[in-house]
Design a protein around this ligand. Structure first.
Ligand code: CUA
Length: 327
């Protein structure tokens, strides 16, 4: 019992204090509808539950005459068949109407497309600029508030499910298919999402952040994101860059503007500017980067990156400093 309390207590407290991933705190038009639907269904269910309790009480404690009437055929016909059929039909039609079977809620055609590929166990995010240029990033989805955006969901391996609860409903990522989720952020801020389909060992560590910006801020962010990587600003950063290159990190990771052009792992061009590391598993800091390089199989078991335990303490710190500086 005490153990249940130790687990349940903090969990409930967390659920109450951290609406970062709560379906009941929508920051997107689509999630807003789901939230409305939830409250209408819950309210309707509560009314019916109260009615059933009342009838049960009357059946037990009511007068003999009333109980005899309750046992009649009319009650079965009207309360047992007609009422449920009517209520369920109304709720079904209401549900279809409010969710519009997954169509755009924000109105109009999407003004922007973002390709998101689920990979064990991270998210490859590619922004397509109006001039056709494609900018790759990872584990963070930036959106302009008020714009309808089409998220083109694919997978590179197994089935994943894209779920940003405060933005919209879930949509699976199925091998060989492109599923399109249309979203409209309604307020700026950072929220969290999570892979919602078991996809192997580190499934629980396959999360991401959604960052919604006001339109001007979004344009500025996208412009900065399109820039190549910043050069290291000091000798330690330069040493980190040398180590990155000498140890073959560029075989898996890209850092645009340098020789590193690997495509197996996440693009690191602006990794230092993201809100988290390793698909929202760690906070973003030089210390966390260093920890992930040497100890990633412990932090995120079975992930595809080997642990690099060969660096000296200074080398590791320089390498982490270089990566953290990629803003
Ligand atoms: Cu990807 Cu679960």
């Amino acid at each position: 019992m005490r153990r249940a309390a130790t687990i349940l207590g903090p969990t409930l407290a967390l659920a109450a204090c951290s609406p970062q991933q709560s379906v009941l705190h929508p920051t997107g038009a689509e999630a807003g509808q789901i939230s409305t639907l939830f409250w209408v269904m819950t309210g309707g269910g509560a009314v019916i539950f109260a009615l059933v309790l009342l009838l049960a009480a009357l059946a037990i404690f009511g007068s003999v005459g009333f109980r005899r009437r309750l046992a009649g055929e009319g009650v079965v016909k009207w309360l047992g068949i007609a009422l449920p059929v009517t209520v369920l039909t109304v709720l079904l039609v209401y549900g279809f109407l409010i969710l519009r079977a997954g169509g755009a809620v924000g109105g109009g055609e999407p003004t922007m497309r973002i390709a998101i590929s689920g990979e064990q166990w991270w998210w490859r995010v590619t922004y397509q600029l109006p001039d056709g240029q494609r900018i790759e990033s990872a584990n963070e989805i930036h959106l302009p508030v008020g714009e309808t955006v089409a998220l083109e969901l694919t997978t590179a391996d197994v089935i994943h499910s894209f779920w940003a609860p405060r933005l919209a409903g879930k949509l699976d990522m199925i091998p060989g298919r492109t599923n399109v989720l249309t979203v409209t952020a309604t307020e700026p801020g950072i929220t969290r999402g999570q892979c919602a389909e078991y996809c192997g060992g580190a499934h629980a560590f396959m999360s991401f952040h959604v960052v919604a910006h006001e339109k001007e801020d979004f344009s500025a962010w996208l412009e900065a994101e399109a820039e190549p990587a910043q050069d290291p600003v000091n000798e330690r950063g330069l040493n980190g860059q040398r180590l990155f290159s000498a140890n073959g990190c560029g075989g898996c990771h890209s850092v645009r503007g340098t020789g590193a052009d690997g495509t197996i792992g996440p693009d690191l061009t602006h990794v230092g500017g993201r809100h988290s590391l390793a698909a929202a598993t760690l906070p973003n800091s030089a210390e966390a980067i260093a920890r992930f390089i040497v100890n990633n199989q412990h932090i995120k078991p079975e992930n595809r990156m080997p642990e690099y335990a060969t660096f000296s303490e200074t080398e590791l710190a320089d390498l982490a400093l270089y990566l953290e500086g990629l803003r």
